[in-house]
Design a protein around this ligand. Sequence first.
Ligand code: SER
Length: 867
Amino acid sequence: MKSSELRHAFFTFFTQRGHTSVPSSSLIPADDPTLLFANAGMNQFKGLFLGTEQRTYTRAVSIQKCIRAGGKHNDLENVGFTDRHLTFFEMMGNFSFGDYFKHEAILFAWEFLTNTIALNPDTLWVSVFEQDNEAYDIWHTHIGIPRQRIIRLGARDNFWQMGDTGPCGPCTEIYVDRGTNYGCAENTCAPGCHCNRFLEIWNLVFMQYNRQSDGIDLPLAKTGVDTGMGLDRLCAVVQNVSSVFETDLFMPIITAIERLSEKRYASSTPDIKAAFRVLADHIRSTTCAIADGCVPAADGRGYVLRKIIRRAALFAQKLSPEPFFPALVDSVISTLGPWYPDLTTRRDVIYTILSQEVEQFSRNLTRGTQVLTNHFTESGPAHTISGTMAFTLYDTYGFPLELTKVIAHEHGVSVDVAGFEKEMDRQRAQSIKKSGTPVLPIPTTMSTTFTGYSELLSKAPVQALITEHNTLTTTVESGTDCWVITTQTPFYVECGGQVSDQGVVQINGYTTPITGLLKQGNAIAFRITAPQQIRCGDFITMQVDQQARAQTTKNHTATHLLQAALMAQFGPSIKQAGSLVTPHYLRFDFSCAVPVTTAQLQSIETIINEQICNNIPVNTRITTLAEAQQAGVTAFFGEKYNPEQVRVVAIPGVSAELCGGTHVRATGDIGLCKITELSSPSAGNKRIVAVTGPTAFRLFQTIASTAKSISLQLRVPEERVYDTVAGQQEHIKQLHTQLRTNRKELITLRMPRWVEQMHTTSSLSYGIVVLEQVPVDELRDAAQQLAAQASGLWCVIGTELAQEKVSCIITVTSGLSTATAMKDLLSMLATVHIKGGVRDTTIHGGAPRMPEGLRSVIEAWIQKHST
Ligand code: SER
């Protein structure tokens, strides 16, 4: 069976059994800061398991893109060295949300494996959580698996949790016995053994708890089922090949590596084979992550992406001196493109980002590897790489720890990881500010209705209070900082790039500003310093700062116009890579592989302002995700969409986006839009900053009045201001060159007189020359010329061009003094406030103003050093 047939068989099997087919979510987790990348099929259903979200279905089936290269589930270090570890894979899963539980889940899995895809039942083993007698009985009594093929394992293997917090529960795993060729021959070998004989293919999790940050597991209101089976592993079993890399999911990529590196996979040494596997896996994860909007960065998921690319660059070197890794993108598109169309439309962006990242790292890779080679040569082969050294490699050469470990492993030495972490902690302590987003103990069932789309003032009762010590309470005292949760609120909490509202609240006649806003689950909380005692049930009036909101709203709708104009200009492959909408400006990042010209930028600005003049009414509607997608509505990665209830903000004929933000009633309300900045914050990404409304108008006013005054000053019409200034600058440059020549001539002419006026002493003659408004390089030239013409010490001192500060060059004709003596002179010059440095027998110094008593210092020094 081919992988495409397995995909179809899986969806068919479960949809026939009442499951709704749900597409894979983006690899960038929606609205979930606890997760770097989607790492399991259940991520997009987290809210359903927790009971904070409802959908019309209670059974789902999906094949989910996953990356496990950071955080709780991290396979990065193993990739290349085993038959089965990957950073990117696709997880097939069926799910029940308060519907069926252990019995059906086990029956479904068994039927699919032994019936639909006809695996030999005698080769299947299972493990259950050691305390889970129910699952054990189902496998033994209902399915008929003999006791010797059911293993009880502890929490490490058979209790699944998504992260440190969140839904979790005991699980049962299904293994295929691949035979003694793959591992131990003994009868005692069983799942849980570290050999390769038993390949885990399917994990059925029985969701029962919600793990809290203190480690306590609270029972979920409704139990659920979350299963996960790696498509790649199932392919390896069904296609009867020894590793996932030999399945039809990987072979086209392996073939592409063979072609580009001119090496053969099958006949390679284990070392080279590992490089093939690393590249084949890493090109899939990086391609898919970038397609979903991730870009390499110094922290967070961008850093995980960077680590993978750099690890690939290291292994690519073993196969070819050419940096061919980015070129493998096309082989990923040929294998995964049919399932994930974004890969094809964003091919150029992906290729550009990979190429730039590989190129930027290549020099450091060479230099860092050299540092390590020197270390091995100097300290002997068996020397551990110290934490400090690993940190320097990380900090100076950009070597992720994983890379250093790979190289260390190749040399048979270890890395002091604890020492490295210590250095990292030290650095973090210096540089990292706390994110400041607290987790409040708000009951998960509590919700607040947002009224802020239609009103800026609401009155509602308090339903919960949280003290400054983060405890849930029913009363807070006057003067204390607290979070307040009301039943309704007009305050918008930061989401989709739009910043939180500002505003005030009134409690029994007292008015106080809100100092923070937070959305947790479905509840919205604001922070205040209680102006008097507050109790649950008290009514609070909440008022949004109208002016700030109005400006933010203008900027938000303008962002939609900008997005539409960019798509009109560059085509639909433009992808939002982040946005910020504040009362003062809007910022929009998008991935775009080609340069943006000034003319294009102007045309984008023109399109936006035309749409503003057209005064198109902006409307919003609630619909389902499927309907919105069918209607071609633009949706962005990283946003959390409830598939059954999405909000579409439409500017008919121009744009339709999924968006929860606040918008103007008609585009004319924006007034005006001016793009103020175009930059490139990271490889493959562009950033546009713009202002709207009164801010844009003031900007035009300032620009116009500045242009007017310059035109009056220059006595030329405004349209000629630019050319005139450019012409004048050219003229100034020529004048400077002329002045320089004149100064030099003058200095040369005056030189004989300065030589004549030299002071003689018994041991060393000296001359002091004072010049005005001369750049320091000319002072240095003069001093050198003088020392060549007349033997002795020359001090040339002068004011810098158009500056108060003084520069001073003191040089002695070669052979008449030493660097040590000059250092002594420099220390003596401190009394006249000259500071600087010494090179050979020349002092380069400076002083805040012209020094007095310079001559006495020089004479004292000559005296001291005369022999
Ligand atoms: N969430 C479980 C896993 O990732 C089953 O899907 O293994």
